[in-house]
Design a protein. Structure first.
Length: 304
């Protein structure tokens, strides 16, 4: 693939992309986060994980959240899921405050969270049955969602018989079967190999195109964020604050073939600039490589 080196600004939008954003912003707001602040108080003192974070997500919008380690991505998604309390601010779903977990939010995590003792079908049915849906009806519902994620032939398989990508497809079906208003995804493809990850990204876009779902997706991978998102929320760390909410100018439909287009390159350069600024303060997780390495074995030959 040849890189297209024509330089454009990441802010430049074609007429079609601009028209799409204009339309998107007219859609109803599904999620509104207003001045969200979360302070953890522990033995070592206070940590402001999120400070005055504000943004809106429109119906059927795909928003990715990126930022350096410790910028509060997990805290944000856990708060939106209702699994974490917040110190101040507001989280509104369809205009109503989020006060705890609810079926209106579906969750998909990086770790495989399927019940190993249940079949694929039973894993997806679990939530419906817990909510009192009769088995026969739940079974019919599940069949539709398994078809959507391409796993209808694996309904009776058990999680240990599935690949990592297939397990995540089950997790997506399980989250969607409750027909949530928003799907919250915390690095769902982070544990997959590069090829499976790429297939899953394409598959997720296909699902998103076909159903009425709004997605908030956390990732460390800049290419993944650009490939998937309408807008990318960039957070900075210590404290976790919004740096920029970027409208991705890469036209849809998206595919990995766009990786070297001017829009993609310009957006990625901007994200790199925000996440790895030249005068970056000391990163607490950075591992420094010692200039001289201790040898633990007395080998006669050098390997290179
Ligand atoms: N339970 C907790 N108690 C105290 N501090 C916490 C707790 N959970 C997170 N933090 C702190 O809050 C900040 C944000 O953490 P969080 O895990 O949300 O960041 P993150 O962006 O998801 O990080 P990573 O990308 O490394 O997973 C960090 O400084 C972290 O040390």
């Amino acid at each position: 693939m040849q890189a297209n080196t024509d330089q454009i600004s990441y802010l430049t939008q074609s007429e079609a992309v601009k028209a799409r954003f204009d339309k998107l912003k007219q859609r109803e707001v599904i999620l509104e986060v207003k001045n969200l602040t979360k302070v953890y108080r522990g033995a070592k003192g206070e940590t402001t994980a999120l400070k005055d974070v504000s943004f809106k997500t429109h119906r059927r919008e795909f928003v990715c959240v990126i930022g350096p380690s410790g910028c509060g991505k997990s805290t944000l998604i856990r708060t939106l899921a209702g699994l974490e309390s917040y110190t101040s601010g507001e989280v509104l779903l369809d205009g109503k405050p989020v006060t705890g977990p609810g079926r209106d939010r579906g969750m998909v995590f990086q770790g495989y969270t399927l019940f190993p003792w249940l079949s694929v079908k039973k894993n997806v049915m679990f939530g419906l049955e817990m909510n009192g849906m009769p088995s026969e009806e739940a079974s019919r519902e599940v069949a539709l969602w398994l078809e959507l994620v391409g796993l209808e032939k694996f309904a009776n398989a058990y999680p240990h018989e599935l690949s990592g990508g297939m397990k995540q497809r089950v997790a997506i079906a399980r989250a969607l079967v409750n027909q949530p208003r928003i799907l919250l995804m915390d690095e769902p493809f982070g544990a997959l190999d590069a090829q499976t990850r790429c297939k899953m990204q394409t598959h997720l876009l296909e699902i998103w195109r076909n159903i009425d779902i709004t997605i908030l997706f956390i990732t460390h991978d800049l290419d993944e964020a650009i490939l998937l998102a309408d807008r990318i929320l960039v957070l900075k760390a210590h404290p976790g604050e919004v740096q920029e909410l970027i409208e991705v100018s890469v036209p849809r439909p998206r595919s990995p073939d766009q990786l070297f287009t001017p829009e993609f390159i310009a957006t990625k350069a901007r994200l790199e600039e925000l996440i790895h600024p030249p005068t970056e303060p000391v990163d607490e997780d950075a591992v420094s490589v010692p200039s001289r390495m201790i040898r633990f074995v007395n080998v006669a030959d050098n390997v290179e």
